[in-house]
Ligand binder design. Structure first.
Ligand SMILES: [Zn+2]
Length: 415
């Protein structure tokens, strides 16, 4: 492994540019769009800001620093191609429809075979595989007679067949700025400054329009037939879920995240069994994208406040600690629907108006909206549920108000 003698600053020197291998975002096919070259093995080839793997790019750097990873290693992509074909859909060649990841990210090994064989280090930013899910809640749904195994989607032992897709973020900065309704230069500057001066090219290299941000990506689970997911004549059930490690993985009872997720999976399975399809989109946006440290601080503040944890003060406590109630902007969330070619969701399992409105404003039609059934809500999570309903989140019930809302209390901190 060799280390160059000089440190190469990326801010003003010439390595990498949109001239060497231009990216024409929104071009009609992958070759005209051009490859996204984010690897650091040859700085002259780079045409983006940042590098691959989202938040894991930091671990990669540490592996190199610790001498455990050869920085010149180029991935061998043999047999890594997608298990199913997605697209291309007309939405892929509209530069305003998909701005937060690369629509061609799963087909780079095929589309850019020649360039790769000539030595360009072009890497996939999307991978598509298959899996089988084993979930306690689905077995429970079978036992209670809500679901019946069909041997295709839901097997006799309660396992579920799925296609799953992992997507790393690839931001087209001009499109992103437009999506948020802000000036591109101002957008670049604020991102640069608020990230503590990371990625100076954001402000010095306006020729580089694509940024691979060091953040988590998206996982999508498809139930049914990925080939017909885009067909509005085939009904689609859907849950858009933002990560909540405490509940999703560990079953913490203060919120409804895991019950919402497994309920979403249940309606997806049900729809796939009836000849439709199901889609669960899982976004890495822990704790309303404020992070888990902030989230746990808020839990303490909620439990210790005068009068105890109450639905009436639920949002206020988050805002006291974080400055905002929620940092999960949903403006970019519809991108994956455009990528999958989805124009209509028939059953949408979510009480979030932000998610609903973001999809509708991006032209995705939504039929029925579903609440989580009451019996799936953990006792301590009624504080969150009632607070959300009172704040105008979607519900088919009448939200509580005033003293009635004050009465919804959670456990105290050491109970
Ligand atoms: Zn949660």
């Amino acid at each position: 492994m060799s280390t160059p003698r000089h440190i190469v600053l990326t801010s003003h020197s010439r390595p990498g540019s949109n001239y060497f291998s231009p990216i024409h975002w929104g071009a009609e096919d992958a070759r005209n769009r051009g490859p996204v070259i984010g690897s650091v093995s040859n700085p002259m080839h780079r045409n983006v800001i940042g590098t691959h793997s989202g938040s894991y790019s930091v671990y990669r750097a540490v592996s190199v620093a610790a001498g455990r990873l050869d920085p010149s290693h180029v991935p061998d992509l043999t047999n890594t191609s997608p298990v199913t074909k997605i697209g291309p859909h007309p939405q892929w060649s509209d530069p305003e429809k998909i701005v937060s990841f690369d629509p061609w990210g799963h087909v780079v090994a095929d589309e850019f075979k020649e360039q790769i064989s000539e030595g360009l280090d072009i890497r996939p930013t999307i991978a598509i595989t298959q899996a089988r899910l084993k979930l306690m809640e689905l077995r429970d749904a079978i036992e209670r007679g809500r679901l019946k195994p069909d041997g295709r989607v839901l097997l006799n032992n309660g396992d579920v067949n799925v296609t799953k897709i992992a997507i790393d973020p690839v931001w087209y900065i001009p499109g992103l700025a437009r999506r948020f309704g802000v000036d591109e230069h101002a957008f670049r500057r604020v991102i640069f400054e608020q990230m503590g001066g990371m990625y100076p090219e954001l402000v010095t290299r306006s020729d580089l329009e694509v940024f691979l941000p060091p953040i988590g990506g998206i996982t999508a689970y498809i139930f049914g037939d990925p080939d017909t997911l885009h067909d509005p004549a085939i009904p689609l059930a859907c849950r858009v879920h933002d990560e909540c490690n405490g509940s999703d993985v560990f079953g913490s009872d203060i919120c409804t995240c895991r019950p919402y997720l497994t309920h979403g999976i249940e309606i997806c399975v049900e729809m796939a069994q009836k000849g439709g399809n199901g889609l669960v989109v899982y976004n890495r946006k822990e704790g309303r994208a404020l992070g888990e440290v902030t989230k746990f601080l808020v839990y303490n503040a909620r439990k210790r406040q005068e009068g105890g944890d109450s639905a009436a003060k639920y949002f206020e406590r988050t805002e006291c600690v974080a400055g905002v109630q929620d940092a999960r902007f949903q403006e970019l969330m519809p991108d994956i629907f455009h990528w999958l070619g989805v124009t209509r969701i028939d059953r949408f399992a979510s009480m979030s108006d932000m998610k609903h409105d973001a999809l509708v404003s991006q032209g995705v039609e939504i039929g029925e909206r579903l609440d989580i059934p009451d019996e799936l809500i953990p006792e301590d999570a009624h504080v969150e549920m009632e607070a959300k309903k009172a704040a105008g989140y979607f519900t088919s019930q009448t939200p509580r108000e005033g003293a009635d809302l004050d009465e919804v209390k959670g456990r105290i901190i050491d109970e």
